[in-house]
Design a protein around this ligand. Sequence first.
Ligand SMILES: Nc1nc2c(c(=O)[nH]1)N[C@H]1C(S)=C(S)[C@@H](COP(=O)(O)O)O[C@H]1N2
Ligand SMILES: [Mo]
Length: 250
Amino acid sequence: MSLILDRRTLVLGMGATLAGCDRLARHDSVREALFSAENFHKWAQRSLMARDALAQEFRPDQISPFFRPNGTANPNTPGYKALWRHGFADWRLKVGGLVDRPLSLSLAQLHHLPHREQITRHDCVEGWSAIGKWRGVPLKLILDGVGLRSDARYIVFRCADDMGGGRPYYESIDLVDAFHPQTILAFALNDQPLRVANGAPLRLRVERQLGYKHAKYLMEIEAVASLKEIGGGKGGFWEDHAGYDWYAGI
Ligand SMILES: Nc1nc2c(c(=O)[nH]1)N[C@H]1C(S)=C(S)[C@@H](COP(=O)(O)O)O[C@H]1N2
Ligand SMILES: [Mo]
């Protein structure tokens, strides 16, 4: 299938491709890979949209009066409480892994980098949505700054909240989403510094994916070649513990 003109052509083209693959698809594992909902979803979304297509942005009058917190609403660990008590002046975002120049960034340093502002809708897998205005630093700026090595394939986010047994929340995205213009490290919601409930002092916004990908309480960003060694190997806390899809495109 070369040129994708519209949904109809896409479906027709796909039929032909799959018919050609019929012999191959008789093998169970190949069939599973070809037809798994997750792979299809990811492939279809990537094929139908330009890779840098923007998520919808909204008008200021559409902002939800209250941005409901979900998941951890306060990490409440001794370490986090100490950071909070000092207004996050001692907090640092570590950026490392497969990069040329690892970094440690303070909130003040992040405030001095170029910002992006976007009014977007957050969709939680549990069935609620909220529109909020986010301000933060494009992740691309940080990744360009540290210099990704050529073997880096994913960006992993580690958070301050303890999900049990000392395991922090974590998430990961691929480089397409990492360099997407609306992927930002947000420190403000609706013109206020991020509240603890919404992920203070810094959280990820990755606007074309569901809520659980938007890691709150960021502590560390790591560039990796594979997700196999991260947590249970599926790339995120809920992916590992509840079977959520790693690619949660909306
Ligand atoms: N560190 C951390 N990040 C997290 C979560 C969490 O529990 N801990 N919950 C996720 C889920 S399921 C959602 S819907 C959003 C909720 O963001 P909000 O609290 O700002 O509404 O954060 C996501 N990021
Ligand atoms: Mo969620």
